[in-house]
Design a protein. Sequence first.
Length: 224
Amino acid sequence: MLEKEVYEAVEKLARPREKLPRNAYFDRHTGEILPEIKGQIVDIHATVEKVIEAEPGTTVPLVWVTLDAEIPAAFYQSFKDIIGAYHTWIGGGSRSKNIVLGAQLINNCILAPGEVFSFNRTIGPVTLERGFEMAPVIVGGQVVPGVGGGLCQVSSTLYNAVLMAGLEVVERYPHSRPVYYVPKGRDATVSTYLDFKFRNSSDRFIMIKASGYAGRVEVQLLSN
């Protein structure tokens, strides 16, 4: 056989058997990590050379090359260094439920170096259908009922963790009146048109760990 014919025959035999690597999968909502799977492809040129050099009638095995996944499970397991942390105290009722839900929605977010985190984009639509409840919110200096009341405490707690970590604040707005859960000037209100954003201005990946439990909401920023 000519080399071109051998090449085409090997390629036809090899391609259906090859498997591309699969990156490890991280379920941000459950924290579950599915391990990566290595891939295998055939070294066509090396296999063709072996076929050409082989004696007639000889069986020549395919020459396999193992491919590593770009993102291994170890990457998601590497976030251990706490670079910033803060907690605030919460009460009960609907406001508390909104805070716990908000913490769950930002929990396990991973930011690459230079990436900007948007609180509103990460939380998504604040609606009754998504589980948010009516609770007090501050509008124009007045306390009124609103869907998702309490989310500002989550964004403010995150803001303080960001300050502790020394990361760049991109967008932040104060409330129109003082709040009780953080020191004056250390709050970050959010609403439909007001967002809290910060940039991962470090040279490492960062994971946000947030939870609401035992009467408080806690945010930790971990780096790998």
